[in-house]
Design a protein around this ligand. Sequence first.
Ligand SMILES: Nc1nc2c(ncn2[C@@H]2O[C@H](COP(=O)(O)OP(=O)(O)OP(=O)(O)O)[C@@H](O)[C@H]2O)c(=O)[nH]1
Ligand SMILES: [Mg+2]
Length: 363
Amino acid sequence: MKKILVFTATYNESGNIDRLIKNIALFLPSADMLVVDDNSPDGTGKILDTIASSMPQLHVLHRNKKLGLGTAHKLGMKYARDNDYDVLITMDSDFSHNPSYLPKIAQLMDKNDFVTGSRYITGGRSDYDGYRKFVSFSANLLARNLLGIPFKECTTSFRGFSKRLLKMMDIDSIRSDGYSFFFESIFLVSRLTDNVSEFPIYFENRASGTSKISRTEIAKSCINLMRLFADRLTSAAGNNSRHFIKYALIGILNTAVSYMTYSLFLILGTSYPAALILSYIVGIVHSYAWNRLWNFKSISSLIPETARFITAYVISFFLNLLMLRSFIEVHGMQPFIAQATAIIFTVPATFLMMRYWVFKRPK
Ligand SMILES: Nc1nc2c(ncn2[C@@H]2O[C@H](COP(=O)(O)OP(=O)(O)OP(=O)(O)O)[C@@H](O)[C@H]2O)c(=O)[nH]1
Ligand SMILES: [Mg+2]
């Protein structure tokens, strides 16, 4: 049987915590639980200690002051990883995340590295309205689009993580200590695995107590979102320049290989046009193989990818021809200068087609 840990963080949840622990035990009787409490002034920590004294599967960690939801979740993730749990399920402790979904998450974790409850897919909904609905909706929209996260829901903590994923994640690399932890962590997850799933949830208003999310926290989350977006742009630029250098090197090698093939065919007595066509074909195959295997380390199926590659090549050939003609005939350039100028445009354009359309890279 799988070893499951259910994690939640508490700050002033005395009206919810007892019922929550009982519900978790009801819906997932074999699971262990971990609660991180930040010295809640309302005595949540003491309630937890009392329950834990007669419930060996409940573990409580006390921190001496409110240190933020993100750092509490990081502790939970490390605890699950270091104690060799097969699955970690995280949730809020105020009944916005209904414990009746727990068996469903446990079942989804049979096939996934990561799952998240979602208010924003078909079947999902939320009790939020007015300002809170607006904040939640905009946060998800921005996080999803600025960070390229392939989930409709990026900000809720009702999630499942596999042991494999927790081992792959550099948990300390997540810098957010507050609510932005949720989109920062899902951003990291989306770069590590495709084996993910979203399931619809009804996100209810908290059962008792008050919200802990402040305006300062929202402002900090916006700053963190911009920081992650900037990281994304710079790392994409870094990756792109690496791919571009390799692409250019392959291009130079390709010119040499095509020229040698062309000469070889001529030596073997092939006619000029046939030697030209054959060397062109050898060039295409050669360039495709290097780009697929060395540059982009692609994982796409061979046939559609080859079709895309040839299409990109043909587009680039005609683009080059069009520019050459217009530079020579309209602008009166010398043929050599015209070709050199055309290359300045066609090489980057072809590279972008290869990078974002032809080749699909593994995570
Ligand atoms: N340990 C710890 N738990 C926290 C902290 N901040 C929030 N929590 C807990 O994190 C969960 C989410 O916080 P909420 O206040 O419910 O945030 P929210 O769901 O955005 O707001 P509401 O919808 O109003 O409940 C709850 O279980 C809180 O008790 C913190 O600094 N430390
Ligand atoms: Mg809540």
